[in-house]
Design a protein around this ligand. Structure first.
Ligand code: IPE
Ligand code: IPE
Ligand code: MG
Length: 253
């Protein structure tokens, strides 16, 4: 065995799934007296860097909050520019993602998007569908409440048709009807930009996720900042309701 390579047991635990609220683009631009859009553009560069780090480290899934169901409340001009940026980023990056064996998927209510954007999303998803590397999930027009509501609607319809008995409604069934049900639950949540809230991101899925908040604005969130979040994660003891002693005993055997 190569002595330089730490054995599995001594390696810092890595999250399998990282979920990020990419916040602070507008303030990054304000500070430079640039239009907010310049911050969003710079934010796309940060996405590329974070995806690269995830690929290198072998992280299985990365979910990025790109546009919330509440972001439609922004000025029409900003919403339009964000949609355009999403389109361009898809167009320019999909080939590269595919070459890197990355599987891309978009979660959220895409019916509100232009048909052209919807087509482009579908094309990107089907192109990368069979890839086995990083699962890259972009949450666009996504809201945790929307996610849970559409699961509730499916359950109600099945009960109504007699296909399902209310007693069969379990947490596992609810989970299976939500976005991301086929991926490991997020282990690490990161929010950049200083706010300490969830802003209707993954509500159900974050039940036992480790939370990490940083004042760093998204365009400034570089490799070192990301590694800082991963290092913080590595120090957490995840107990899932058990005692610390139980966890320590289980780890020592
Ligand atoms: C996050 O940055 C990007 C989106 C919500 C699309 P913001 O645009 O929210 O940046 P701040 O919070 O105004 O700085
Ligand atoms: C959350 O950021 C949504 C995204 C990053 C896409 P916001 O900037 O919209 O969140 P609030 O409004 O400050 O809670
Ligand atoms: Mg914000």
């Amino acid at each position: 065995m190569n002595a330089d390579v730490p054995s599995k047991a001594t390696q810092a635990p890595l999250p399998r799934h990282v979920a990020i609220i990419m916040d602070g683009n507008g303030r990054w631009a304000d500070r430079r007296r640039l239009p907010r859009f310049a911050g969003h553009k710079a934010g796309v560069e940060t996405v590329k860097g974070v995806v690269r780090v995830c690929g290198e480290k072998g992280i299985e899934a990365l979910t990025l909050f790109a546009f919330s169901s509440e972001n439609w409340r922004r000025p029409e001009e900003e919403v339009g520019l964000l949609m355009g940026l999403f389109m361009t980023a898809l167009e320019q990056q999909v080939r590269k993602l595919h070459e890197h064996n990355i599987r891309l998927r978009v979660i959220g209510d895409r019916s509100a998007f232009s048909s052209m954007l919807q087509e482009r999303i579908e094309a990107a998803e089907s192109l990368t569908h069979a890839n086995t590397g990083l699962n890259l999930v972009v949450a666009a027009n996504y809201g945790g409440r929307w996610d849970m509501t559409q699961a509730a609607r499916t359950i109600a319809a099945r009960v109504h048709s007699g296909e399902l008995d209310p007693a069969q409604v379990t947490p596992e069934l609810v989970n299976s009807l939500l976005s991301l049900s086929d991926l490991p639950e997020p282990d690490l949540f990161i929010r950049t930009g200083g706010e300490k809230r969830v802003s209707n991101f993954l509500l159900w899925q974050l039940a036992y996720t480790e939370l990490y908040f940083t004042d760093t604005l998204w365009p400034d969130f570089d490799r070192i900042a990301f590694e800082g979040a991963l290092a913080s994660f590595a120090t957490r003891q995840r107990r899932f309701g058990r005692t610390g002693e139980q966890i320590a005993t289980a780890q020592s055997v």
